[in-house]
Write a protein that binds this ligand. Structure first.
Ligand code: DGT
Ligand code: MG
Length: 241
């Protein structure tokens, strides 16, 4: 199986509660390796789009495809293999740092895990932990800061070979200096992967191939950073406001 990671959404409508759609008629296309950013006010529906791509919920209308194939046709297992997630809530388990980063890549040698941690800029803090990579994380990484947990999630995604990457507020708990430091690593992480990225700091998504502006469940503007600034619409307001 050689998944390229092209993503299509056609006329997707969905709501969590009956008769209350939160996404309305969403259509978009992401070519292999493109970076698509979603911006918009809180509650606009950004996370919901990534929830649907992951099939955490079933859509009401329309369809979502990867490489032209409806995601409902392939099993959830293949979907999980093909999408790497970096979400705001971290998902760490009781085990060592090494095991937590290795996660779904049981074949990965220690060196590969460490390289992924370096990509995520996590290596330095890990080495300062009491037992370095062998430090045992308590339930969901309780002995780490929220930002450190996010760095581990980024390291895990860096190790994953999934052609699609979803990052939802991936660096929301990381200070601006660390965020700048990991930007390079994130760029390496996104390279050659189709990426859906949601970020509150608009400075981190300027270089996206396409920016989608969502409002009340609809895409109201789309274009590159330059195009959207010229348009002086909602994105311009968000960016300059
Ligand atoms: P954010 O993260 O605050 O910037 O907002 P978004 O854009 O990620 O918004 P999203 O997609 O989480 O929520 C869109 C709408 O759907 C909003 O009215 C809240 C509602 N919603 C989100 N998750 C759930 C859920 O699990 N159950 C129900 N009933 N409603 C939800
Ligand atoms: Mg959200």
């Amino acid at each position: 199986e050689n998944v390229q990671g092209e993503i299509g959404m056609e006329h997707v409508t969905f709501g969590y509660l009956e008769n209350q759609p939160v996404l309305k008629d969403i259509s978009l296309h992401a070519k292999k390796g493109q970076k698509i950013a979603f911006v918009g006010s809180t509650g606009a529906g950004k996370t919901t789009i990534t929830n649907l791509l992951n099939r955490f919920y079933e859509i009401w209308e329309g369809k979502i495809t990867i490489d032209g194939v409806d995601i409902r046709e392939n099993g959830l297992e293949s979907l999980r293999e093909n999408i790497a997630l970096v979400l705001q809530d971290t998902h760490l388990f009781t085990g060592t740092v090494m095991e937590n980063i290795r996660y779904g890549r049981l074949d990965a040698a220690d060196e590969e895990v460490i390289a992924a941690a370096k990509t995520a800029n996590a290596d330095a803090f890990i080495r300062r932990l009491q037992n370095g990579y062998d430090t045992v994380l308590e339930g969901d990484g309780a002995n780490l800061s929220q930002g450190q947990r996010q760095l581990l999630n980024i390291a895990r995604a860096a190790l994953s070979k999934a052609p699609v990457l979803v990052m939802d507020e991936a660096t929301s708990s990381v200070d601006t200096i660390t965020e700048r430091q990991i930007q390079e690593g994130m760029d390496a992480l996104m390279k050659d992967r189709t990426t859906f990225v949601i970020a509150h700091r608009l400075s981190t998504i300027r270089n996206s191939d396409m920016i989608m502006v969502l409002e009340h469940g609809r895409i109201i503007e789309r274009g590159t950073h330059t195009e959207l600034l010229q348009r002086q619409g909602r994105y311009y307001e968000l960016y300059t406001g």
